[in-house]
Design a protein around this ligand. Structure first.
Ligand SMILES: C[S@@+](CC[C@H](N)C(=O)[O-])C[C@H]1O[C@@H](n2cnc3c(N)ncnc32)[C@H](O)[C@@H]1O
Ligand code: SF4
Length: 456
């Protein structure tokens, strides 16, 4: 990828607000009319092996940049109450098999390691009651290095966790102070080596760019430090400033927001430095060492994408548990209320916890498949799409392909009789390329507007 992306004609594209496409259709078009009966039917018919996502929303403190569904718990008892509610939810699932075979369990947040060792043990035991982890399955946990103790890493390993994904964001004291995230670098290395000593693989670090005070020099040092730690995987996220959704982010405006040119410089720097350090670029924001399962899956065209991000497992149905969690079934998506107080109350009163969702049409499913292929493999094969969906892509997608013409002329995408290929320069703009196929986004009267974040 070269600095050609800095060309002024591309700036409007880069600045366009675009969905991230972990799913399709994306959440803004989901409806509040979603019915609990539809969700229950999907659960009763869920295909095994499935995947499970559990949302654990609590954090010790709130980082000013955070766009996740998280809550700073004032009292430790909140953990107890949350687990009791999860227990009700998990025990109440009308699964077609008991236990249901699963090939992935992911604890996300918030910060799962905010919970004590005892609480984590209870959550694992609960999951094991209803779900059977198949041999070789992934059991991964998100962790904040500052609050994650050695004892917790040992406990997670003995409970069967296979991977840890750590938020790091930056190593720089000035950046960390600006975003309100106290963090000691030595804890990050210590957790990585402890997890490795337990045989955990696929260890991931999230790094961000475009945070306050994180100019090229600072970010370059962040990259030096992360390369030195050599995690198996890295996610490099551009700071998404979405204060209309997360008003606390306004605190960062006093520092001035990073302009698009600088963000692009930072992203390209990450790309070049990580490739030079031996990492493979995966999709548009992930990197992995060549021997890591994610890099192998990408090489073999086996990469998938769902609400948990990129995954090396085949596309399977996903059961989402806990506040704000999304379930992703073949026929529809369902999200539980993201308001913790409402979610708790609903569970405790035996009421539905769903907030919104969408049932998928055949056209939605075809576009979901197409957009995911693009996000994972950066190419489309017309014959494969024709076989899977009974369409003639060059005819049935003519309007969508026409939207891509300017990007084709700029060399970001190549289209011929066999398929479509995102070029190296287009990789960064794969979200914009995918959006050409988003029928919901192009409906009359619908505008991407400020609901989404910018591409870089
Ligand atoms: C649930 S958090 C990770 C685990 C843990 N809570 C931590 O912070 O260490 C998931 C990741 O989302 C990313 N993230 C959060 N807010 C973001 C934003 N506004 N823009 C881009 N990435 C963001 C961060 O990189 C973060 O590590
Ligand atoms: S980045 Fe992680 S630790 Fe910080 S507020 Fe968000 S979820 Fe919590």
């Amino acid at each position: 990828m070269t600095n050609e992306l800095l060309s002024p004609e591309l700036l409007p594209l880069i600045e366009a607000r675009t969905p991230r496409y972990t799913s399709y259709p994306t959440a803004p078009v989901w409806s509040a009319d979603v019915r609990t009966e539809d969700f229950d039917r999907c659960i009763e018919q869920v295909q095994a092996p499935a995947a499970v996502y559990v949302h654990l929303p609590f954090c010790a403190e709130q980082c000013s940049f955070c766009a996740c569904n998280q809550v700073v718990a004032g009292r430790r008892q909140a953990g107890e109450r949350y687990i009791a509610a999860l227990e009700t939810q998990i025990r109440g699932l009308a699964l077609p098999q008991d236990p249901l075979p699963v090939q992935r369990i992911h604890l996300g947040g918030g910060t799962p390691t905010w919970h004590t060792v005892d609480e984590l043990g209870r959550i694992f035991a609960l999951l094991r009651e209803r779900f059977e982890l198949l041999p070789g399955a992934d059991f991964d946990v998100e962790a904040d290095p500052e609050i994650t103790t050695d004892e917790q890493v040992d406990a997670l390993a003995s409970l069967g966790a296979t991977r840890i994904s750590m938020g790091v964001q930056s190593f720089d004291a000035g950046v960390l102070e600006a975003v309100g995230r106290p963090q000691r670098a030595e804890r990050i290395g210590a957790i990585l080596s402890r997890a490795r000593s337990h045989g955990m693989r696929g260890l991931n670090i999230d790094l961000m760019y475009g945070l306050p005070r994180q100019g090229p020099e600072v970010f370059s040092r962040d990259l030096d430090q992360v390369i030195e730690l050599r995690p198996d995987r890295l996610a490099i996220f551009g700071y998404a400033h979405v204060p209309w959704l997360k008003p606390h982010q306004k605190r960062l405006e006093a520092f001035g927001l990073t302009d698009t040119q600088t963000r692009l410089t930072l992203f390209l720097m990450a790309h070049q430095r990580l490739m030079a350090a031996g990492y493979w670029a995966i999709g548009f924001d992930h990197f992995a060492l060549p021997g890591d399962e994610m890099a192998v899956a990408a090489r073999e065209g086996r990469l998938h994408r769902n609400f948990m991000g990129y995954t090396t497992r085949p596309d399977v149905e996903l059961i989402g548990l806990g506040t704000s969690a999304i379930s992703e079934f073949q026929t529809g998506y369902f999200q539980q209320t993201a308001n913790l107080a409402h979610w708790w109350k609903a569970i405790e009163q035996g009421k539905p916890t769903l907030e919104k969702g969408i049932l998928l049409s055949a056209d939605d499913r075809m576009r979901q498949d197409l957009i995911r292929s693009l996000m994972c493999n950066l190419r489309l094969d017309w014959q494969a799409l024709a076989t899977r969906w009974g369409i003639d892509p060059l005819v049935d997608l003519a309007v969508d392909l026409e939207r891509l013409r300017p990007m084709q002329e700029q060399g970001l995408v190549e289209i011929d009789q066999a398929g479509l290929r995102v070029t190296t320069g287009g990789r960064l703009l794969v979200r914009n390329i995918a959006s050409a196929f988003d029928a919901w986004l192009h409906r009359p009267g619908v505008e991407a507007g400020p609901r989404f974040s910018v591409a870089v």
